[in-house]
Design a protein around this ligand. Structure first.
Ligand code: GDP
Length: 485
């Protein structure tokens, strides 16, 4: 599946990375997750907390005062867009709005100067570690399995997925058009475009109206990056009768050629240039949204996580490893937005994510890298409190809901702080993994209101403190701790 040229290019890149690392230690940290999982917010909060000396008690190097300074530097790759850190922080901190989400790959270099933890290490010089943060859409990662499939298999699987009960209604318009197409008829560009449009509209619909469905290749159909409108994206699955050969000049031949072009010119270079060079990876997931949408969405998220982990499966046993990093030694699966539940719910959320990850690890037959899970909020938009209602004390979260958000008949104006009883996550994760269980309702459902980013406190000297978070320090310790010892 991978050519010798692919392998040679990866080997050259790896050698160049290692040579540079000799005089300037660096670590490439991949940040991924499906759209809206929280990548942009995570990277912004991580950098802000390190640069501004945030409160990170579980991040040992910072807590023990060994970090002398952390600052941004020029990134090593000139051909990759820079992560727009300053703009995102201006949004979060000054305007208190959420920044624009990840649409394509971008990169940022953060350098940390630190004292070694050992007296022996301190005798030499101050340590320096450059962290190259690579932000990329998880949708692109989910393209990797396509390399192992031909157009016929891709078509068959896409048809099966579209026919699942949770997807049947949103995929109807596309399936109807596809069913009317004769794959052996002469190629027709206009029809190809209409098929691609309807297929893309179906994939988009899966993400909308609270469905939170996750598994949606080809990734560029949802996140085209700079390929918007390109012929490489003008294809779609067709119903192909078993065992029939492709007729040259037919609709099927056209689709097949574009599918192969997508593999060669889109998927492979992305893996070769970005994924193969990563050292560590964090995978962000929006577990809360999936939990609220019910077991079908949880199963879908699990399927996506399984496919993501399969992409990082090392070793020759993996058909696709030629293009995948053989270096990644730690992967963190992080459920963001834990600030939407009271702290009593954080451990429950983490238990659910652990269960999800364990099943995904088993299904992906994953081994190699150390995998950990965390329930966190990169930016904590709420505080906690208690209200007494009917003589009962209820734990609540307090924040400023975004303008237009509603609970029952109440619509928020985006300015007023409000206390919300968020609801409870299930005590045992099991119910979420039972296919026949209905979506949670009443008190069992999380009242999921989107809040504005928090107002930052200022010290007596007028210095703005760093962004508040939940367990960001635990994530940093796992991802970076050992490299700063
Ligand atoms: P991306 O598509 O993965 O880059 O997702 P973003 O980082 O843009 O996050 C999508 C949305 O999720 C944001 O606009 C926020 O509304 C919300 N969000 C992300 N992270 C957090 C968090 O830590 N806390 C809260 N309360 N909301 C978050």
């Amino acid at each position: 599946l991978t050519t010798l040229a692919d392998e040679a290019l990866i080997a050259l890149d790896t050698m160049a990375d290692r040579a540079t690392a000799l005089w300037s230690p660096s670590l490439r940290l991949g940040v991924t997750g499906l759209s809206r999982a929280g990548k942009t917010v995570f990277i912004s909060a991580l950098v802000h907390n390190l640069v501004h000396g945030g409160r990170l008690p579980l991040f040992e190097a910072q807590a023990s005062g060994r970090i002398a300074k952390a600052y941004l530097e020029h990134q090593p790759d000139d051909n990759v867009p820079r992560f727009q850190y300053e703009d995102h922080i201006a949004d979060l901190v000054d305007r208190r709005v959420w920044p624009a989400s990840t649409r394509a790959v971008s990169e940022l270099r953060l350098t940390i100067e630190y004292e070694s933890a050992s007296a022996w290490g301190r005798m030499f010089s101050r340590g320096r570690l450059s962290i190259d943060i690579v932000d990329y859409p998880g949708e692109w990662l989910l393209d990797l399995p396509l390399l192992g499939k031909n157009y016929e298999i891709f078509s068959r699987e896409a048809m099966e997925l579209a026919d699942l009960p949770v997807r049947r209604d949103v995929s109807g318009a596309w399936r109807e058009l596809a069913a009317s197409v004769d794959p052996d008829a002469d190629a027709d560009e206009v029809l190809a475009q209409r098929l691609a449009e309807r297929f893309t509209a179906y994939l988009r619909a899966c993400k909308e109206d609270g469905r939170a469905l996750s598994t949606l290749p080809p990734g560029r159909f949802l996140m085209p990056g700079d390929l918007e409108g390109s012929p490489a994206l003008t294809f779609a699955p067709l119903p192909i009768p078993d065992g029939r050969k492709t007729r040259p000049g037919s609709m099927r031949a056209l689709m097949e050629r574009r599918f192969e072009a997508y593999k060669t010119h889109v998927i492979k270079p992305f893996f070769r240039e970005h994924i193969a060079r990563l050292d560590r990876q964090i995978v962000l997931i929006d577990a809360m949204q999936a939990i609220n949408a019910g077991p079908a969405s949880v199963a879908d998220l699990e399927r996506a996580l399984t496919e993501i982990l399969a992409c990082f499966r090392p070793g020759r046993g993996n058909l696709l490893t030629g293009l995948v990093s053989r270096k990644i030694d730690r992967i963190l699966i992080a459920a963001t937005k834990a600030d939407h539940v009271h702290h009593e719910g954080h451990d429950r959320l983490q238990a659910i994510v652990r269960r999800l990850a364990e099943r995904a690890i088993a299904r992906a037959d994953f081994s190699g890298a150390t995998v950990d899970v965390v329930a966190m909020a990169a930016v904590r938009a709420t505080r906690e409190g208690e209200v007494t209602r009917g003589g009962q004390r209820l734990p609540v979260i307090i924040g400023t809901p975004l303008a237009g958000e509603t609970i029952g008949s109440e619509t928020f104006d985006g300015e007023t702080e409000t206390a919300i009883f968020p609801g409870d996550l299930p005590e045992s994760p099991s119910a979420l993994f039972r296919k026949d269980a209905p979506p949670p309702s009443g008190d069992a459902a999380i009242r999921f209101v989107r809040f504005r980013p928090p107002k930052l406190e200022r010290t007596a000297e007028g210095v703005t403190l760093s962004l508040p978070h939940i367990r960001l320090d635990r994530a940093l310790q796992f991802l970076l701790g050992d490299r700063l010892s």
